[in-house]
Design a protein around this ligand. Structure first.
Ligand code: CA
Length: 372
């Protein structure tokens, strides 16, 4: 019995020793691996991204952070993207130039901001009376949109990718109700882009004002109306406190933001990192659409409850018809001067015509009978 106990103690001792030896071997291996890991980190590719948005800008900025985090994680730290916001680079509307020049490898902005430099870029954000987000994503990825975007951005030395959708934007906040075309005459409104061009043909005095000054401008009557995004981002701006009429949208039915990558930098990346980057950008873009939808739903519920005097309005048919007429006229003018503009316009028009038939018998047919 005593002998058995001794043997058992010996065995336990051996097992403990074995474990200790295994642990030591492990530690040795880890020590040996440590310099190799440090070496990988040293060789990590570090890129810089310039965004149009300020630090902490919700939703838009979050999509960029999500993309960069995914890239770092999926690449095991091989590719790191550092984000500079507008506060730092001071060139909110210089992103395309900076990425083209290679000052930044990447950018996050919106394609229609480059309309002044190249009118063909505006098609890749959203168009007045154009496609809704599901139709537009279908066009981008399966209807020839990506190819046309590449054709346009090859002229500017960058690859452009969808960068997140706001969903249907609201037509804006108005201090007084709009009933006739005459009510638009002399109305001062902040509305940028092609929609602004349409409204100026209808005698609206169109201005663009920096986001930080919008509330004061509307409050003091410097402007009579403005559009921003929708409940997702409008709530925090506080417009519901000073303008009782919230109009439904027509001008930005599916605003898509934009990731851009310097072509030489992208081409020099190893293939697996190119794939990781493209997947992360596409995921972040879809994710921003879901996030925008969520925030708009939650924020609209809150506006409805806390500001019961806010009234939803849709511009009267007479005004919509006139805006559509002017829209087609302006598009035809540009198409006549530029074969690429014509090609993109025709692609979007034909695609929307086809996709809308499907939307009509699917989502639209379902929604019109199931709003409750
Ligand atoms: Ca807008």
């Amino acid at each position: 019995m005593k002998q058995l106990k001794h043997v058992m103690r010996l065995i336990t001792g051996l097992v403990v020793l074995g474990s200790l030896l295994a642990l030591a071997a492990c530690a040795e291996k880890q020590q040996a691996a440590a310099p190799a890991e440090a070496k990988v980190e040293k060789e990590a590719i570090v890129w810089k991204l310039a965004q149009t948005w300020g630090t902490g800008f919700p939703i838009f900025g979050d999509a960029v952070i999500k993309m960069a985090d995914m890239v770092k994680e999926m690449s095991g730290g091989e590719l790191e993207i550092r984000i500079d916001s507008a506060n730092k680079h001071k060139a909110a509307f210089g992103i395309l130039d900076m990425v083209n020049a290679g000052q930044y490898e990447m950018g996050h902005s919106a394609s229609y901001y480059w309309k002044g430099k190249d009118p063909n870029t505006m098609f890749f954000s959203t168009m007045p009376f154009g496609m809704i987000a599901p139709e537009q994503y279908a066009w981008f990825y399966y209807g020839g949109g990506m190819e046309l975007m590449k054709k346009v951005y090859d002229q500017h030395g960058v690859y452009s990718f969808p960068g997140g959708n706001t969903g249907n934007q609201m037509g804006g906040w108005f201090r007084k109700e709009i009933n006739t075309l005459d009510d638009l005459n002399g109305l001062k409104m902040r509305i940028p882009g092609f929609a602004g061009e349409i409204l100026s043909k209808l005698d609206v005095v169109v201005t663009n004002i920096a986001p930080g000054e919008l509330y004061t401008a509307l409050d003091r009557g410097t402007i009579d109306a403005l559009e921003w995004v929708g409940p997702s981002l409008d709530l925090n701006m506080g417009f519901q406190k000073i303008a009782p009429y919230y109009y439904t949208g027509w001008h930005e039915p599916a605003t898509e933001l934009q990731f851009m990558v310097n072509q030489a930098a992208f081409d020099a990346l190893p293939e697996h990192l190119q794939k990781i980057l493209v997947i992360a950008m596409q995921y972040a873009a879809y994710d921003m659409y879901a996030r925008s939808y969520h925030d708009s739903a939650v924020n609209w519920a809150s506006i409805e409850e806390e500001y019961p005097d806010v009234k939803i309005r849709t511009l009267p048919p007479e005004i919509i018809a006139e805006m559509k007429r002017v829209n087609l006229e302006l598009l035809a003018e540009s198409a006549a001067n530029d074969p690429v503009f014509k090609e993109i316009l025709e692609s979007q028009t034909a695609y929307m015509k086809m996709a809308r038939k499907w939307t009509e018998i699917s989502d639209y047919a379902y929604l019109k009978d199931n709003l409750e």
